[in-house]
Design a protein around this ligand. Structure first.
Ligand SMILES: NC(=O)c1ccc[n+]([C@@H]2O[C@H](COP(=O)([O-])OP(=O)(O)OC[C@H]3O[C@@H](n4cnc5c(N)ncnc54)[C@H](OP(=O)(O)O)[C@@H]3O)[C@@H](O)[C@H]2O)c1
Length: 240
């Protein structure tokens, strides 16, 4: 039980990579999964330079065979203590102008892949009757918003799937949690793609990654007589 599998890992100053670092610091061998080898290799080098253990696992979360293969490799020495699903690509667009293919791809990327990942995690954890499965949510998990119908519907469906799973496997000793990130994360994505937004909002107007990672660690450490399913995180100034 000293393994973590974390999928949805991209740039170093992004949530997925920082979650990997934290759980490596806690002594877990982290299997970091994403689609880009170079990003994963940079993260593994950093974790190893900090004294941790990590492996890079190039995986497309929407591909069932790749997810099964990821778990087969990562669980060779036993079931994981933690399986963390952080995928969730932003798919903007107006519903009236959207193709069926675009909507379906958005759902596959942010919901269906979460089902594939969670199913494999549960199958590996069930025999030992323990383990933690965590999902990353967003404002979209709770609210529909004009021009974001594909993303909102996929994130909301992921949340309800996670809730159903929590009720299914909780009695078997498996803790399922969902973290709602209600606002923009202060990380590489916003700073590189939308620098003007980062400039305008500053560090207090975006959600701090370390603070988010603390929430995942809190859920991971909980004792089973006092489990939390869901936490929501936002800045002090968020209009919600
Ligand atoms: N960024 C925000 O402001 C924000 C706000 C609220 C909630 N969230 C949520 O936080 C989570 C992390 O998002 P993030 O944008 O901050 O990114 P991140 O944690 O820095 O990295 C996530 C990475 O997942 C990888 N990925 C995407 N599709 C994948 C797939 N099909 N299979 C495997 N890996 C995949 C991407 O890297 P590759 O392209 O290299 O595979 C992406 O960079 C998401 O669930 C998102 O909905 C983000």
């Amino acid at each position: 039980m000293n393994t973590a599998i974390i999928i949805g890992v991209g740039p170093l100053n992004g949530l997925g990579a920082q979650l990997c670092r934290r759980f490596a610091h806690l002594g877990l061998h982290v299997h970091a999964a994403g689609r880009t080898q170079t990003s994963l290799d940079a993260l593994v080098s950093l974790i190893e330079s900090e004294g941790g253990r990590a492996s890079a696992c190039v995986t497309d979360a929407t591909d069932e065979a790749q997810i099964i293969s990821l778990f087969d490799r990562a669980c060779a020495a036993g079931p994981p203590a933690l399986a963390l699903y952080n995928v969730g690509n932003y798919t903007p667009g107006r519903i009236s102008e959207m193709t069926a293919e675009y909507f379906t791809a958005g759902w596959q990327g942010a919901c269906f892949s979460g089902f594939l990942f969670a199913r494999e995690a549960v199958r590996r954890m069930q025999p030992g009757g323990r383990g933690t499965i965590l999902f990353t949510g967003a404002s979209a998990s709770l609210r529909g918003r004009a021009d974001f119908g594909a993303f909102n519907s996929a994130k909301a469906a992921l949340r309800i799937m996670a809730q159903a799973l929590a009720k299914e496997v909780g009695p078997e000793g498996i803790h399922v949690g969902h973290i709602i990130i209600d606002g923009v994360i202060d990380g590489d994505k916003v700073r590189k793609r939308y620098p003007e937004y980062a400039e305008q909002h500053g560090v207090d107007g975006m959600i701090n990654i370390d603070g988010i990672v603390d929430a995942y660690e809190f859920l991971y450490r909980q004792e089973k007589a006092a489990w939390t399913f869901e936490l929501d995180l936002r800045t002090a100034t968020e209009d919600w």
